[in-house]
Design a protein around this ligand. Structure first.
Ligand code: NAD
Ligand code: WQD
Length: 339
């Protein structure tokens, strides 16, 4: 297939490009580089052995997005492009509504104009908010707790309405749990700007000496050891799921919504211990107050992804820690030059 990967220089998008290229797809990556580096393109070329076509396009630019789609013969779009910081979304909700929701509307309109009717969309377990029970199934109530989450829920709904109105339009909605890890080459990985919000990149930066210690947000949750429990999913397993989702859309002609997780909950302290084993480095930590908006325990029931896509996670937290550490130790300052 000829595939447009919007947001393809980002963390999950770049790993997905490797998988799609390995399966013989023809790719065009589009991104405005607001949260990624152009160096990703050199690294992708090194991994895949071929240059990756790149267009610097902002999803909010309707004319540019239409121009990108028109006349290029795309069979499908994989849509990663979004702002994703929960905290920032609470401070600047309008920017999130504009970038994520208006941007997606532009993309859907451009797809309709160009006659491209197959979409794989990055959603998130954030649409479940604080779930009533775990493991979380796809029919659990959707209730968002912050503007970022609201953008994901609204985008899912817009896409759903479009599919209802136009049965020829097929969408695979993928609800990721907690992505972690990196490509085994150590050439691409997660490179957050500023202080990491998420646990794994924070642990990596402590282990590599960029930060003194990890703050563990709460030691009194009703969990196995009092720290928060999540479903960490290797980015390579996620990448594979996108390729499987495209194959499934092509084979069945029917859209779907699936959770992408391992089905296993891991606590903060269990992840710290796994990382120390994998890296051979100490990860000093301190237990501090709970973070506003956090929940005790979230992990997926991934049965629907297995049933519909034939996909299941293959890599465990030890592999995530090993690969995240390889990336971080080979690239202590991420894609940026060292100071
Ligand atoms: P990322 O920030 O690394 O990648 C997103 C990419 O989109 C970046 O390269 C950014 O420059 C680009 N982008 C953003 N706005 C754009 C715009 N207006 N025009 C063009 N490009 C734009 O994030 P990621 O972790 O790879 O996440 C990818 C997708 O998965 C996002 O939609 C995110 O919301 C979703 N998601 C991420 C996680 C996570 O924890 N990483 C979890 C669940 C869902
Ligand atoms: C994991 C656990 C923290 C950092 C977020 C978004 C969600 C999705 C994935 C996009 C929790 C604890 C964390 C730290 C800590 N993103 N923690 N110290 O909160 O499950 O999900 O990212 O869609 O929408 O909300 O992930 O990695 O931030 O936290 O103790 O410095 O680690 O309290 O228990 P979260 P996370």
């Amino acid at each position: 297939m000829r595939i447009l990967v919007f947001g393809g220089t980002g963390y999950i998008g770049s790993h997905t490009c490797v998988e799609l290229a390995a399966r013989g797809h023809d790719l065009v990556v589009a991104d405005n580089l607001c949260n990624s580096s152009p160096r990703v393109l050199e690294r992708l070329q090194a991994i895949t052995g071929a240059p990756v076509a790149f267009r610097n396009v902002d999803l909010r630019d309707r004319a540019a997005t239409e121009g990108l789609l028109s006349g290029d013969g795309f069979d499908a779009v994989v849509h990663f492009a979004a702002l994703k910081s929960v905290g920032e979304s609470c401070e600047r909700p309008l920017d999130y509504f504009d970038n994520n929701i208006s941007g997606t509307l532009n993309l859907l309109q451009a797809m309709r104009s160009a006659g491209v009717r197959r979409l794989v969309f990055s959603s998130s377990a954030t649409v479940y908010g604080d779930p009533d029970r775990v493991p979380v199934t796809e029919d659990a109530p959707l209730r968002v707790t912050n503007p970022y989450g609201r953008t994901k829920l609204v985008m899912e709904q817009l896409i759903g309405d479009l599919c209802t109105a136009d049965p020829g339009f097929q969408a695979g909605i993928l609800r990721y749990f907690n992505p972690a890890g990196a490509h085994a080459s150590g050439l691409i990985g997660e490179d957050p700007a500023g202080i990491p919000n998420n646990l794994m990149p924070y642990i990596c930066q402590v282990a590599v000496g960029r930060r003194a210690k990890l703050s563990v947000f709460g030691g009194d949750w009703p969990t196995v050891d009092g720290t928060g429990v999540r479903d960490y999913i290797h980015v390579l397993d996620l990448a594979r799921a996108h390729a499987d989702a495209l194959d499934t859309l092509e084979r069945t002609g029917a859209g779907f919504t699936v959770n992408l997780g391992t089905g296993t909950g891991v606590s903060v302290l269990q992840l710290v211990q796994a990382f120390e084993r994998a890296s051979g480095r100490p990860v000093p930590y301190e237990i501090v107050d709970r973070r506003a908006g956090d929940v005790a325990e979230v992990y997926a029931d991934p049965a629907q992804a297995q049933a519909l896509l034939g996909w299941r996670a293959q890599l465990d937290v030890d592999a995530m820690c090993r690969d995240a550490w390889r990336w971080q130790s080979m690239n202590p300052t991420g894609y940026a030059d060292p100071d």
